[in-house]
Design a protein around this ligand. Structure first.
Ligand SMILES: *Cc1c(COP(=O)(O)O)cnc(C)c1O
Length: 465
């Protein structure tokens, strides 16, 4: 058929709108979405014809494509997926899943009005920060507390409020970049504080800090290296050491702890992730950390420390710009209540549960997935294997936790299968090792095992047909 003939054979928008198959969509789909889908599909056909890529038209295929496009247009962009990577705190996958009981409270709170900034005792205006100040003091022993949007905001705010136009002393070994966009020197510049680097990449001594202190010094800052380690001939000044120097010279000490953990991770073989209450007991004046890394809560930045500094920070104008919203605050309060009992926190907070999970428990889930896969896909080359998973999220970079995985051999390529799994519903994110697809069951929930089976079936059908 010639191009002109093909173009004339294309159905019109009106014709398609009247088509019974598409008309049946009208009930659940807004007219504008249906119209958009029809126009887009027709336009791509028109283009295809003009470019000589389409030699014949199938009305059936046009209808199919429109329905597919309607599904795409009407589904949310931000949606749940299954994390089968074994990386527990995965920043790209939304970091920390929240516990059910916490979500219930958030739903209730967000669905109506609340006493967010209203003091029920006095009937006067209240402060949103007061809802978590008491519990944070109880759990950590801090004198005072403030919460903001995330830890990057917390660090920026603290530096802006306490060190603008003055110097902040930091070890060269701690000028880190985290997650691509958070770079200590850049945040410092943004806050208006002047970075005073001391020591070398691998070694910084107490005398380096002491020599750098002058009238211009506003803060001594320690930054947790989070996502990297310096090994070999290294030396750093401990937080106790830094607090000692701060006291001697009358300069406050701030610590950007990064992850911030309330429970002891030593039984996982983690030795450099200090417990928040212990750090505070050592005399740190200002401590900041994330709500959604090892704490396992919502995205937030927690600032703990001495009352005089927290008050100065709270009254800085930037606080309003980085303020925490009510849903996050509600989720954070829920999480903090769970921490009132540290042992139950290890069970109830998903991030901790996944980290502390005994490998035998993961193995059980791996075997369940294996059996389900074998039943649904009898010819599949699948194995249950030992492997190791990571904490992730710039936390604990060198810690490998023993885990169990199900590995699957793809007929063609494991990479292709991995890609196809991202397009199933729900999408499944897995990893590839030695041309086998790996599902790490550490980060997979029990109810997700059957969903992975269904998704893999769909993905195999797509890649092998
Ligand atoms: C992760 C991290 C940050 C940034 O925290 P966000 O909550 O992601 O904003 C800042 N400093 C350190 C040391 C970190 O590890």
């Amino acid at each position: 058929m010639g191009k002109n003939k093909l173009l004339r054979a294309l159905p019109s928008v009106d014709e398609l709108l009247k088509n019974p198959e598409l008309a049946s969509l009208k009930e659940g789909v807004a007219h504008s979405f249906l119209l958009k889908a029809i126009r887009e599909v027709l336009e791509s056909r028109r283009q295809g014809i003009l470019e000589g890529k389409i030699g014949e038209l199938s009305k059936e295929q046009i209808l199919k494509d429109i329905k597919k496009r309607v599904r795409e247009i009407t589904s949310f962009s931000l949606r749940p997926l299954i994390n089968a990577t074994g990386v527990v705190i995965h920043t790209n996958l939304g970091r920390s899943p929240l516990p059910e009981q916490v979500l219930k409270n958030v739903t209730l709170l967000a669905g109506g009005y609340s006493n967010l900034e209203f003091n029920l005792k006095t009937g006067k205006r209240g402060k949103r920060y007061d809802h978590i100040r008491g519990i944070l003091r109880d759990i950590t022993g801090a004198e005072d507390a403030l919460v903001v949007n995330n830890n990057a905001a917390a660090v920026l705010l603290c530096l802006s409020a306490l060190a603008r136009g003055r110097e902040v002393v930091v070890s060269r070994g701690e000028l880190v970049e985290i997650g691509g966009a958070f770079r200590v020197p850049d945040v410092m510049a943004q806050s208006g504080a002047v970075l005073k680097e001391v020591g070398t990449t691998n070694k910084t001594h107490p005398r380096d800090y002491e020599a750098a202190i002058s009238e211009q010094t506003a803060l001594l800052l320690k930054v947790h290296r989070s996502n990297y380690r310096i090994v070999g001939f290294t030396e750093e000044v401990s937080i106790e050491g830094l607090v000692g120097i701060g006291r001697k010279f009358g300069v406050p000490v701030m610590f950007d702890l990064g992850s911030g953990c309330f429970v002891d991770l030593r039984e996982l073989g983690v030795t450099d992730e200090p417990v928040v209450s212990e750090v505070l007991r050592k005399g740190v004046d200002i401590l900041t950390f994330s709500g959604d890394k090892l704490l396992g809560g919502p995205q937030a930045g927690l600032i703990l420390g001495r009352k005089e500094y927290i008050e100065a920070i709270s009254s800085h104008p930037l606080t309003r710009a980085v303020r925490i919203d009510k849903m996050t605050l509600s989720a954070l309060e829920g999480i903090l209540y769970i921490y009132a009992d540290l042992e139950s926190a290890k069970e109830e907070i998903p991030v901790l549960r996944m980290l502390f999970q005994p490998p035998q428990q993961i193995k059980k889930r791996a075997l369940r997935l294996y059996r389900m896969l074998k039943k649904a896909l009898p010819g599949l080359d699948a194995k249950v294997e030992r492997d190791s998973s990571q904490a992730g999220g710039g936390s604990l970079p060198e810690v490998n936790l023993p885990t169990f995985v199900v590995s699957v051999k793809a007929k063609e390529s494991a990479e292709k299968l991995k890609d196809a799994l991202r397009h199933t519903e729900p999408p499944v994110v897995a990893r590839v090792r030695e041309d086998r697809l790996i599902f790490d069951l550490r980060t997979v929930q029990d109810r997700e095992v059957s969903l992975i089976t269904a998704s893999l079936k769909t993905a195999l059908e797509c890649t092998e047909s």
